[in-house]
Design a protein around this ligand. Structure first.
Ligand code: CUA
Length: 375
């Protein structure tokens, strides 16, 4: 459903749920006005009516009115419940993640947004998406708390160190929309923004094929797993491996030493790489070294994407970027929606290492492209 915002100060409305947010907002404004005007009017009216006419007058005795008190209790109750229900419905729609969404990975960093498509293309402070298609963002940050916000889509979500958060939207009309960081994150917070480009599917396909795709997240993850980090020496699968088997585990219940179970979602996989001693799988020894400080958030995203792909659980279109004719969400996606449930683990503070010392504004006019574009 597509609506244009008819209130001049509202940003454009360009996502499927933008109108819901707007209508809820109109409702709140109407309720506020409908209470404020009579209250202010009554203040003046009674101020005049009951002004002091003679010194030490004895006021008339007054008793309660059941009728009046019932009315002024029931009406606000009904109004507050409708506000709650409206908010709950909007929230549910926004944070109930679609299973067939096109995946985009987002890593925030002081002060830029680094994004990667599942076909491998990378962008900085820009996001190109097709119109009329659900897009799911999996987000984290290398340093401090940020917040990914697209006002025209009426959606935003915190991007939190040490965990994954998710956001989805379906754009309803092509155009160029502001992208902001909506959480104060340091000196150049206000410069940490860019644009979302919503394109017709054909234009989007052209855009994809015109961009160097490099490795897809899954391929990059496999490379790290098999070569650069050597995970495969213990986790290659097969008998007598020292490390737990990773095929088919995604979103399954895993039994841990000590009898607990845990769902092997993205958060669990990430934690197991950074803090392997935390949740040991039943039947294995706590011998895995931590990779904390050795892998960047982007590499973690790739590793998680690769391990998910071992369960057939992600959009694993091959890197060849010319194949993107709208079918990259044909992935089996048994990856059921991990949604906010994945956020229940305790976040850890990210390493606030020297990587934050970027001095110049990456968005300054005429600034060269950030040098780490293809990290
Ligand atoms: Cu990042 Cu504000």
């Amino acid at each position: 459903m597509q609506t244009n915002s008819w209130v001049p100060i509202f940003p454009e409305a360009a996502s499927t749920f933008a109108w819901q947010v707007d209508y809820l907002y109109y409702y709140l404004i109407i309720v506020s006005v409908a209470f404020t005007i009579p209250i202010v009017a009554a203040v003046f009216f009674f101020g005049v009516k009951y002004r002091e006419r003679e010194k030490f007058a004895t006021p008339e005795e007054m008793h309660g009115s059941i009728m009046l008190e019932t009315v002024w209790s029931v009406i606000p109750f009904v109004i507050s419940i409708t506000i709650f229900l409206g908010g709950a419905i909007v929230f549910y729609n926004q944070f109930n993640l679609p299973k067939d969404g096109m995946e985009v990975y987002v890593v925030g960093k002081q002060w830029m947004w680094k994004l990667q498509h599942e076909t491998g293309q990378r962008e900085i402070n820009e996001l190109h998406v097709p119109v009329g298609r659900k897009v799911k963002l999996t987000m984290t940050t290398e340093d401090v708390l940020h917040d990914f916000s697209i006002p025209a889509f009426r959606t935003k979500a915190d991007v939190v160190p040490g965990r994954y958060t998710y956001l989805w939207f379906e754009a309803t009309k092509p155009g160029k929309y502001h992208l902001f960081c909506a959480e104060y994150c340091g000196l150049n917070h206000s410069g940490m923004g860019g644009f979302v480009y919503v394109m017709e599917q054909r234009d989007f396909d052209n855009w994809l094929s015109g961009n160097v795709s490099g490795q897809t997240p899954v391929e990059a993850g496999r490379d790290l797993f098999e070569n650069k980090l050597g995970c495969a020496s213990c986790h290659a699968g097969g008998a007598n491996q020292r490390g737990a088997k990773l095929e088919g585990i995604f979103n399954k219940e895993i039994e841990l030493v000590g009898g607990q179970t845990v769902t092997a979602d993205e958060e669990y996989i990430r934690n197991s790489i950074l803090n392997p001693g935390g949740q040991i799988v039943e039947g294995f020894q706590p011998i895995m070294p931590t990779f904390k400080g050795q892998v960047t958030e982007e590499q973690l995203v790739s590793l998680v994407a690769y391990i998910k792909s071992l369960s057939g659980a992600t959009g694993t279109t091959p890197s060849n970027s010319s194949n993107s004719s709208g079918n990259s969400n044909s992935s089996s996606n048994s990856a059921s929606n991990t949604g906010t449930a994945a956020n229940s683990l305790t976040p850890r503070r990210a390493d606030r290492g020297a990587s934050n010392t970027q001095g110049s504004n990456p968005n300054a006019p005429g600034a060269a492209e950030p040098s780490n574009r293809n990290r």
